[in-house]
Write a protein that binds this ligand. Sequence first.
Ligand code: FDA
Length: 304
Amino acid sequence: MRALFVRVVVAVTSWRAVRWLFTRTRIGRRVALRFVAGEALDDAVRVARGLNDAGMSVSLDHLGEHVTDAASATAARDAYLACLDRIAADGLDANISVKLTQLGLGLDEGLCADNLQALARRAADLGLTVTIDMEESNHTGATLRLYETVGRVHGNLGVAIQAYLHRTPADLDHIIPLGGHIRLCKGAYDEGVAVALQSRVDIDSAYDRLLGRLMEASETMPAVATHDGARIARALDLAVMRAGPFEFQMLFGVRTRLQQELVEAGHPMRVYLPYGDSWYPYLTRRLAERPANVWFFVRALFGR
Ligand code: FDA
């Protein structure tokens, strides 16, 4: 059921008329703003400041992915460099989250490595960290390779792993000893049965197993990236036995009351905060995660 829903939403949102509705109308943009800070860095800084004031740290995502030329990859790198400088100048409690296909991974792994190096170096100079998002499964191998090689040089990288991928337990064996921060999420892309678990129950069980391993690993800093109450309860149980730090991570605009409750209970919370004008693919993934989000859009369309 989950896989079918994701497939339908991905197909429908790729229609030109639907894209137009979202990106060119006031209603579409209003729906987007539920999940995105705004289009400018100033918007992101303003929202991040508010989240910091509410006791949450932030991971800033300058939206964009799958660039098709080197100049766009360089522009994305420069936007992130500006973002890092601004985090430091404004004294925000924040890091950045980057997608490697935005830094040129789909074009040339060397170009992407250079761009990632530049971000890791600037972040290290400023005492900040960089988390690498995980994208479609055809990029998983290269993403982990760059995480390892660039991370070894600068020591300030983290990476997301996806519980739904069959390969993730083996990947975890390899990356836990590297010692960075590891964000465990369920996985947001439309993946086939050969590479990924399909049912919610199977994905949740895989998440719990991986969470258990991460919370036992003292050499890494786990980030529990989910809005799922049962997974969060399990993390809280495991945290009692954990010697080192860990944090919860949630997406901006999703389960905000729960975010606040966890902070009030004394748990570290980092909010993933996207900004920029390339927000459409991000929005479609958020719609695909939850049928209610599609109804939210339909209701907004009819003014209810
Ligand atoms: P699940 O989908 O089971 O949702 C549990 C409950 O949370 C729902 O019942 C609903 O109440 C609420 N909820 C979940 N999603 C919602 C939404 N969009 N809108 C409103 N309510 C919602 N994926 C990936 O492939 N690569 C990555 O790098 C990342 N990075 C990442 C960072 C952070 C901080 C988070 C929280 C998530 C990601 N993801 C991701 C996305 C992740 O893989 C997954 O698609 C979503 O988090 C939804 O799964 P949940 O774990 O929240 O559970």
